[in-house]
Design a protein around this ligand. Sequence first.
Ligand SMILES: [Cu+2]
Length: 176
Amino acid sequence: MSIRLPRRRGPSSVAVAGALAVAAAAAFGTAAQAHTTHRHGSAAAAPVVKEQKPWGIAGDAKAVKRTIEIRMGDDMRFTPDRIEVRLGETVRLVAVNAGAVLHEIVIGTPDELAAHAEMMKQHPGMEHDEPYMAHVDPGRRGEIVWTFNRAGTFEFACLIPGHFDAGMKGTITVRR
Ligand SMILES: [Cu+2]
């Protein structure tokens, strides 16, 4: 398919300005969406953007071979608080909120999680949604489908102010 465009000697400033406006609008649209689409477990949400992270990449539900249920309680504990996966394994993490308050599970490196927790303290109303996290209302369950394609020791944590400091975290070991 070919589209004929009128010949130009160079990019007209109008065209450039227009392109920039479109790009800016797209960027703002994405940001706005990221801050309003918050509810997890709604599988009908926008398609997951697969971005490689040091702790893996968003997984395909079809590739899931194992489901691990993790209970979250108001005692600020995850049960189990240690999980082991094989390098390359795609796992469905089902976070069950057995408590009476909101909890979340976020996967990352220890440094990344600590920095994120600090940011949440400074911006208490902050809402975010990434394929490596799930926010779970009391009595509900949330899911993360994640491919652990990087070996190492990672963590999962609840970054809600107070919860992280109370030690609400666990360890994920990815073995070769
Ligand atoms: Cu929590």
